[in-house]
Design a protein around this ligand. Sequence first.
Ligand code: 5GP
Ligand code: MG
Length: 178
Amino acid sequence: MKSVQVCDKSFSLYLSEEEIIKEVKRVASAINSDLEGKCPIFLVILNGSFIFAADLLREISIPCEIQFMRVASYEGTSSTGKVKEILGLNESIEGRTVVIVEDIIDSGTTMKELLKMLQERNPADIRIASLLVKPKNMKVELDIDYRCFDIENDFIVGYGLDYNQEGRNLREIYKIID
Ligand code: 5GP
Ligand code: MG
């Protein structure tokens, strides 16, 4: 099994480029048929989803727009983690169909907070497209419209996702060897 070193940790191959692309195409074609005539705004959550977004968007064949946002979670004392905008969304989403493009949903708290923030801007509809979901770790109720893979609770790198900011450039997805 192919393995890589990222910083001080070893990772083994988990999802090949071919497997990833196949699922990205499946999700894109669902979006193409569901959102035809809606001219959706794809809202890409940086940094982790930049590669997923680039591959997904090139499979989108309906008219659409793309915007970027960067958020960070506060490690607060309260049980509900708050997110703050590091790179904000300046365009209006009022009355629009928004597709949030995320790399991974783990506990789901970041997405829950993000949804709350975006709802205040009165979009017509918000959908979630996540490359990866860890269903066994979800701590909130979330309606995830589009997902490429459900995975176990392992730590993942590659295809945009980092470990200590490294490993984002790996073409495949790797899981930590523990
Ligand atoms: P949540 O709020 O859903 O618990 O956390 C989501 C965020 O945690 C993701 O956007 C990502 O930044 C980070 N994250 C969760 N699991 C992983 C993982 O396996 N690998 C990497 N690189 N980041 C992860
Ligand atoms: Mg993310």
